[in-house]
Design a protein. Sequence first.
Length: 270
Amino acid sequence: MGEMKEATYRVAGGYDIHVKEAGQGPAVVFIHGSGPGASGLSNFKQNVAPFVDAGYRVLLPDMIGYGASSKPEGIDYTLTLFTDTLFEALDQAGVTSAILVGNSLGGGVAVQMALDHPGFATRLVLMAPGCIEELPVYFAMPGIAKMVGDFTSPDFTVEDQRGLVSNLVYDASAITDELVAERYAVARTQPKEVLARMRTPNLAPRLGELPMPILGFWGLNDEFCPASGAQRFLDACPDARFMTFNKVGHWVQVERTQEFNRYTLEFLRG
């Protein structure tokens, strides 16, 4: 995979955005989803090496409120906040255009960034992207309802963490003790506002404004983002294709790692 480099970028508001990266070539930015303990590397560690080996510069940012980045308290965590702070960090990292790969909330951030900065995103790869339904639809999903309830309780434990991460997949054997411990260490540093005060718009009416090629993945057993969302992209976007998987949950890139890597790299070469 080569040497993993790390940098922290100071952005507007005095926030720090932490970014890991490896490889050289066209930039591929992997944007993680929400949830207690989420970070760029914990979401995508199985995907980095094949992309580096294929000749890409892989960037793994921790969004504001997550990983090693700033975690402000007493604020709303809006899609604009996530998107603007990440874009500014990428600009400081010298990224002038990129392939954006987004899972869940990260998919919504990828879409918003592409809309805000025409020409920046050359292609989008989206795994169960968020921000294409009204917020109450997401908070009614069983995985999100449990995640918010457990994390905002005063006695969030490592076993709670294990349960929440296990809900992201169809087969819990994909969840290792190392992953649970890694995410629990981050979760203990996160303010409750990162979930309790998350505010995201419904971007579905604007999907037709995305001109770039789009590849999407969705697990049909997803308990966080309804898989019916794939049809929104297929109906609205001029150049989109989606793959669905049975017996797969919210983390296609984890549960079907080899297929995700292979199909995505073929899409990028195409």
